[in-house]
Structure formats: structure tokens, C-alpha cells
Design a protein around this ligand. Structure first.
Ligand code: ATP
Ligand code: FE
Length: 430
């Protein structure tokens, strides 16, 4: 089966052609970062107009590059498109194009939930978290699955249901159980900012230079900037690890507002006490590293708790899938790998959690390669490039849904706000 996927939910215009036997035939992405970056955030009207300008060419290129047979686009079996959640006008551009194509070509249409797509990407292609770090994956728009770091189709273990999934992106911080295609339960979500927002705001606070030509936005720049911190513990006594007090340790909630405010407070104090009114680079690197450490530790603690909770409810979770833009972060990937490899199921009724030394408040350097073969919970990450928005994940999710008989009529509408738990209930929010 061959799927054409279209994604326009936010600020990237994407189209891709993917097969059910896990081949990415083409992948085209036109970014709008240059339009929004000077405005300090995404401007929906600009994004809408850019999608209208770019989508026809992007789809045309994806079809041409796929090298389909003689019948060209008629070789495509299904058309998948992001239906929600996302920016309403932007979603409309992609959905209308997909509906029109599907109707004209007489092909099945699959409206995809953007977050389900982030969660299912790992079933298309996965990579060991320790084998790929930022920048190795080739961020060009049309890299194929064979590029460095990708596990060739067929040789990688893909997560089987049920699996735990941590979706950490610009708009979401979600820990979910993926029971099957179309069925998810949220274990934890954020009560304030998303982790992506926290990285972005913190990067701005610390005046971290934008890395031109580098994918991943301010969060990726912060990660890079923090790498050369000489004293990552410098500010740790002033930075809280959210929700980690004894009373709310078991609370399944994420929160980043307090950590973000602590960063602001430290920056203000440092500036006030400096004769130049600035904060020197060494200290800014240390603060970036401290922030990243606390944010990642917070995620690790809740994932560990989630594993315990699932186990206590009799669910056997064998994989943790990390996806979404912040899932590109190498520190996050390796720390998750550490806690999951140390997590052991004792027997069917009780969990035996070995307290991970890595969750203590001491920053870690990123280990280079540590391929463990024996572990109770595997960490599975899509290649970094497929963690941020892309149409490959939409095409793949379209295929997974189609194979379960989930097809949509040609008159479906966009769903800008759409909790993932509502999938499979037959109810779609107005
Ligand atoms: P959503 O999927 O929730 O609608 P989105 O699609 O805008 O949100 P993504 O493209 O998945 O979000 O992720 C973008 C976010 O990921 C940004 O906040 C960016 O700063 C962050 N990010 C990207 N790379 C890294 C990294 N290496 N470390 C930390 N954060 C990162
Ligand atoms: Fe996304």
C-alpha cells in the first residue's frame, strides 16, 4: 500500500509518500521559520498564507520524488492528512487539498490526529537512543530512511501495543498509554506550559544565539549551548525539580512554569549584580545546563511513576516511545534509557523499582554509546528528524488506520482542539 501524507497544522508545510512495508519514498518539508522567527513566535495569519502558497508545490514535489510507476499519483492508495489539533486556518489548507485530491482520484481519505501520528512514528522507523545525537541525522528536507542513524526497515524492533509514549513538543507534554491504533489513555499532562515552550522561553531569556540552518528551533540551540557548560551544577540549588516534593511525587502532572520563573529570577539577579548589566557566557551556559537537567529529571520521575502505575494495574508495558520535537534532545533520550533499563518488573503483582542514581540532582554528561541488550523496558525513539512535524508520520498513521478499517468521509471538518483520549469514542469535539 502507498500513502500520500499532508501536514499543515502549524508552521511547516509537509508532504510525503510512504509504503506499508516501511519505505519512505519521498519527504518534502517547506519550513516557515524565517517568517515567524523575527516576530518572536508563530503568527497564524502568516502561517496560513504561507501554507496556501507552498502546499501545491510541496505535494507536486513529493509525488515526483517518490518515483511512482507509470500511473503517477494514481499509484497512491490512500490520502492521509492532519485533521487536528492545530491552528484552524492552517489545518484547513491541508484538509481541503487532501479532500479534493481524494475525491477527484477516488481514493480513501484518512483524517489523522497529529498527536497519534507523533506516537505511531516509532512503529515506522526507530533508532537506539544512544546511537544518534543532534545534528547527525542530516536535516535536509528529503533525506531517506537509509541516512545515517536510521535503522533500516525490517531490522528494528517496533513497539508493540500497549506501549507508553512520552510526547514532548511545542504544544504538548503528554505521557500516554497507547493501547492500540485509535485508543489512548492520558496518564499525565502539563498544568501550565509545555516543555517545548519552557525550552523556547528559557533560550530567549538566556539570549542563546539561533543556529542558522539547524533544525529543532530554540530548544535545539539551548541543548547545543549547554553542552559546553563548565559547571552545570552552579545553579542547581536555586532551580526546582517540579512536582518532586514528597507530597506530590505520585501526582501524575507536569509543570514547567515554576522552573521557568526560577530561570528568569536567576537571570535578573545576575544582571542586577553585574557591573555591565549583563550575564557572562560561562554562567549562561551553566544555567542552560541546569535548566535542562531539571526539566529532564522532572520527565524521568513521572515516567518512572507511570511505569509503576501501569504495572500495578496489570498492564505489561515493554516499550517507552519518545516523540515530539523535544524528543530530539540527546540528554533526554539517554536519561530515559538509563531509567528504563534499570526498571525491573519483580513479579506480576509488585513492581521493584531500583532507584536510579541518575534521577538525583546531579547533572550527567551524555554517554556516547551504551547498547544494552537486556532491559525490561526498551526506549524507542524515532530519528530526530521525524520527531518534529513532518508528513511521513501522517502518511504512516494513515496506513495504520486504513489497515484497521478506519476511513473518513470526504466531508470531514478540521478539529483544532482534540484531546487524544477522544479518539475511538466516535465523538469529535465541535
Ligand atoms: P505540537 O506537536 O504539540 O503541535 P509542534 O509541532 O509545534 O507542537 P514540534 O515541532 O513537535 O512542536 O516541536 C517543537 C519544539 O521542540 C520546540 O519547542 C523546540 O524548541 C523543541 N525542540 C526541538 N529540538 C529540541 C532539542 N534538541 N532539545 C529541546 N527542545 C527541542
Ligand atoms: Fe507536532
Amino acid at each position: 500500500l502507498i500513502a500520500l501524507g499532508i501536514e499543515t497544522s502549524c508552521d511547516d508545510t509537509c508532504a510525503a509518500v510512504v509504503t506499508s512495508d516501511r519505505r519512505i519514498l519521498s519527504e518534502v518539508l517547506r519550513t516557515q521559520h524565517h517568517l515567524h522567527e523575527p516576530m518572536g513566535g508563530i503568527v497564524p495569519k502568516l502561517a496560513h498564507h504561507a501554507h496556501m502558497r507552498n502546499l501545491p508545490d510541496v505535494v507536486k514535489e513529493a509525488i515526483q520524488q517518490a518515483g511512482l510507476g507509470e500511473r503517477g499519483i494514481q499509484e497512491v492508495d490512500i490520502i492521509a492528512v492532519t485533521r487536528g489539533p492545530g491552528l484552524a486556518h492552517c489545518l484547513g489548507v491541508g484538509l481541503n487539498a487532501a479532500k479534493t485530491l481524494a475525491a477527484a482520484l477516488n481514493k480513501p481519505l484518512i483524517g489523522v490526529h497529529h498527536m497519534e501520528a507523533h506516537a505511531l512514528t516509532a512503529r515506522l522507523t526507530t533508532v537506539d537512543p544512544n546511537l544518534v545525537s543532534e545534528g547527525q541525522d542530516g536535516d535536509s528536507a528529503t533525506t531517506m530512511t537509509t541516512s545515517k542513524g536510521y535503522v533500516p526497515a525490517g531490522s528494528a524492533p517496533h513497539p508493540e501495543f500497549p506501549f507508553l509514549t512520552l510526547l514532548v513538543s511545542g504544544g504538548h507534554t503528554l505521557l500516554l498509554v497507547a493501547h492500540s491504533v485509535d485508543r489512548y489513555t492520558t496518564l499525565a499532562t502539563t498544568v501550565d506550559d509545555s516543555i517545548g515552550e519552557a525550552f523556547d522561553k528559557c533560550a530567549r531569556q538566556l539570549d542563546i544565539p539561533w543556529l542558522p540552518g539547524r533544525a529543532g528551533g530554540p530548544g535545539a540551540s539551548l541543548e547545543e549551548f549547554a553542552k559546553s557548560s563548565q559547571n552545570p551544577s552552579r545553579y542547581l540549588d536555586q532551580l526546582p525539580i517540579p512536582m518532586s516534593l514528597r507530597t506530590n511525587k505520585r501526582l501524575m502532572k507536569f509543570s514547567f512554569a515554576g522552573l521557568k520563573s526560577a530561570v528568569t529570577r536567576i537571570v535578573d539577579q545576575e544582571k542586577a549584580s553585574s557591573p555591565t548589566g549583563g550575564m557572562d557566557e560561562e554562567k549562561r551556559r551553566d544555567l542552560a545546563a541546569g535548566f535542562q537537567h531539571c526539566a529532564v529529571t522532572h520527565l524521568c520521575q513521572k515516567v518512572e511513576q507511570g511505569l509503576v502505575d501501569c504495572h500495578e494495574q496489570g498492564m505489561h508495558i515493554s516499550s517507552l516511545v519518545i516523540s515530539g520535537g523535544v524528543g530530539r534532545n540527546a540528554t533526554l533520550r539517554s536519561r530515559m534509557d538509563e531509567i528504563c533499563s534499570e526498571f525491573e518488573y519483580k513479579d506480576s503483582s509488585k513492581s521493584n523499582r531500583k532507584a536510579s542514581s541518575k534521577t538525583k540532582n546531579t547533572p550527567q554528561s551524555v554517554p556516547t554509546v551504551a547498547l544494552r541488550t537486556r532491559r525490561s523496558v526498551r526506549v524507542i525513539c524515532p530519528p530526530p528528524k521525524l520527531c518534529t512535524d513532518n508528513a511521513v508520520m501522517i502518511a504512516w498513521t494513515g496506513l495504520e488506520r486504513y489497515q484497521q478499517g478506519l476511513v473518513d468521509p470526504y466531508d470531514i471538518d478540521i478539529v483544532p482542539k482534540w484531546p487524544l483520549d477522544m479518539l475511538g469514542t466516535g465523538v469529535v469535539p465541535e
